[in-house]
Design a protein. Structure first.
Lengths: 113, 114
């Protein structure tokens, strides 16, 4: 079975600074997809960024980028120029064609003004 | 398009009762997923549908749980003989049909079993 591990239950960052959230996963499949989701307090979960495993280039979405290390099975999220609205739970997730989706336990990000 | 909606948003029930939740996906979305999320944890996959076909069920989905998507549009998740351990947030998500497609999540239904 696939597993996703987020080893940082909580992180904090100063507004306008950069923070990196860690995620590791375990799988025997070669074709899969990785995602970072954001879940603000009492609000719906939304997709932040995604990465296809067959792509070597790291995905970027504005202030959000990933460091995808396939051999190490690592998929970290970097948030640049952190904003107050970035405060939320962040979940790393794995999905493949035969897998409905495995999420990590989440990292709570606090942004300090 | 108002996104994925779920009803009810909150449900309090007594142990042993049956409950049913509804999810309305985004129009035209073929895939519909159900997840369960307990406090301090990430969502756990329960099941998903491609149109009206239920293609995968997690081992978490015991015999007391059943999900349907009769016409390939809305879906229902029923829990029979609820137990206190069923207390959780039940999330629904939909996507347009490919495994790589973005999942759009609903607000969830919070179930409390007394």
């Amino acid at each position: 079975a696939q597993t996703v591990t987020q080893s940082q239950p909580e992180m904090s960052v100063q507004e306008a600074e950069t923070v990196t959230l860690s995620c590791t996963y375990d799988t025997s499949e070669s074709d899969y997809y990785l995602f970072w989701y954001k879940q603000p307090p009492s609000r719906q979960m939304i997709l932040v960024i995604r990465q296809e495993a067959y792509k070597q280039q790291n995905a970027t979405e504005n202030r959000f980028s990933v460091n995808f290390q396939k051999a190490a099975k690592s998929f970290s999220l970097k948030i640049s120029d952190s904003q107050l609205g970035d405060a939320a739970m962040y979940f790393c997730a794995y999905r493949s064609a035969i897998e409905g989706g495995t999420f990590g336990t989440g990292t709570k990000l606090q942004v300090i003004p | 398009d108002t996104g994925v909606s779920q009803n009810p948003r909150h449900k309090i029930t007594k142990r042993g009762q049956n409950v049913t939740f509804r999810c309305d996906p985004i129009s035209e979305h073929n895939r519909l997923y159900w997840y369960r999320q307990t406090l301090g944890q990430g969502p756990e996959f329960l099941t998903y549908f491609q149109n009206e076909a239920q293609l995968e069920k997690s081992r978490l989905l015991s015999d007391r749980f059943s999900a349907e998507r009769p016409k390939g549009s809305f879906s229902t998740l029923e829990i029979q003989r609820t137990e206190q351990g069923d207390s959780a947030m039940y999330l629904c998500a939909s996507s347009s049909g490919q495994v790589t497609d973005t999942q759009y999540f609903g607000p969830g239904t919070r179930l409390t079993v007394l």
